[in-house]
Design a protein around this ligand. Structure first.
Ligand SMILES: O=C(O)CCC(=O)C(=O)O
Ligand SMILES: [Fe+2]
Length: 360
């Protein structure tokens, strides 16, 4: 990634404003300590202590107003994250030919990849992807009648030798956190805490190690172009180099997310938007790069099983007052369409949940 290839250059209206060091903030910061003492919030809101009810309200407001929030006192051991961050840096420091030994290919979309395009513009980044349940399956093609499946296997690099262990250990901790958050979100929608858990048997959740090298033209390119996360929920760890920007719902301004030590950034994905029938929205975000410091981030994307049909939850729709706003879609077919479209620059837009929107 030396000189700037035209494939990285964003259209003028999507280029970032380069702000030096200034971070606007505004995204809610939520203290999860009330959750630390319990493993599960089984039951309905009314059965919980006030501290939990307050937390549910805070998360509800954050999901509605921003689609994003930051958390502290989340219970994920910092050492587990540090260990994975160290291993990730060691991996990305390897020569390209070494990294390409585990590269993603047409058969298996997992592994190393440095040519992802978001909205048809190349991202200034390299990634390493792993699934949480290994091996995992997704449909071979997005065609509705094609029943064939594709097996996805994690491709563990030979170096650094503890990357696999670090990743698996981190995954267990962050997965536990993400299911707790899912319970709070379920309560915040007026549903029983465990209402959403059933969708995650045979989950297709994945972990991505992102590396954004310094970029000589940060005003022209983006680390990740504007996008919405397609999963249910994203739990994002970043280092102390800022860059993530969230599109503020009130005015469409791009707001830089503050880096807070030992915190996570949580965002609602497309699937929660559909389940909640638009009560919560999956909000657009992007990553701005800089010319001086490399940046690392690790999103964990909580994703249901491939065979799940995604549609608004029955309890949240009412034919008269609140009709379903989406037709159901098969998650596996959706993932399959996405995974194999970002290989190359396409003429058409990727599949989006809006493709399933029921017009009023
Ligand atoms: O690196 C970041 O801060 C965010 C990355 C992201 O949005 C993604 O990988 O979907
Ligand atoms: Fe994202």
């Amino acid at each position: 990634m030396g000189e700037v290839d035209p494939s990285f250059i964003q259209a003028i209206e999507h280029r970032p404003k380069i702000i030096s060091g200034l971070e606007a903030g505004g995204i809610p910061l939520i203290d999860l300590s009330p959750l630390l003492s319990s493993d599960s919030l089984e039951g309905y809101s009314k059965d919980h202590p006030q501290a939990i009810l307050d937390l549910v309200e805070e998360i509800k407001a954050a999901c509605k107003d921003w689609g994003f929030f930051q958390i502290i006192n989340h219970g994920v051991p910092y050492d587990a994250l540090r260990r994975l961050q160290t291993a990730a840096k060691e991996f990305f420091d390897l020569p390209l030919e070494e990294k390409r030994k585990v590269r993603r290919d047409e058969e298996n979309p997992l592994g190393y990849y440095d040519t992802e395009h978001t909205k048809n513009v190349r991202d200034w980044k390299e990634v390493l992807d792993f699934v949480v349940v290994d091996p995992n399956m997704i449909p071979l093609s997005p065609e509705p009648d094609d029943q064939r499946m594709r097996v996805m296997n994690n491709k563990w690099p030979e170096y650094p030798s503890d990357l696999r262990d670090a990743c698996e250990e981190y995954c267990r901790a962050v997965e536990k956190l993400s299911f707790k958050l899912l319970e709070v979100i379920s309560l915040s929608l007026g549903l029983p805490a465990k209402r959403l858990n059933g969708f995650f048997k045979d989950q297709t959740s994945f972990i991505r190690l992102n590396h954004y090298p310094p970029c000589p033209t940060p005003h022209l390119a983006l680390g990740v172009g504007r996008h919405k996360d397609a999963g249910a929920l994203t739990v994002l760890a970043t280092d102390d180099v800022g860059g993530l920007e969230v599109k503020r719902k009130t005015d469409g301004e791009w707001i830089r997310v503050k880096t807070i030590p030992e915190s996570y950034i949580i965002n609602v994905g497309d699937i929660i938007q559909v389940w909640s029938n638009d009560r919560y929205e999956s909000v657009e975000h992007r990553v701005v790069v800089n010319s001086e410091r490399e940046r690392f981030s690790i999103p964990f994307v909580l994703n249901p099983s491939h065979y799940q049909m995604i549609k608004p939850l029955e309890e949240l729709v009412d034919e008269e007052k609140e009709p379903a706003r989406y037709k159901e879609y098969n998650l596996g077919k959706f993932i399959s369409a996405r995974k194999f479209s970002n290989f190359k620059k396409l003429i058409v837009e990727n599949v989006q949940i809006t493709d399933f929107k029921i017009s009023k």
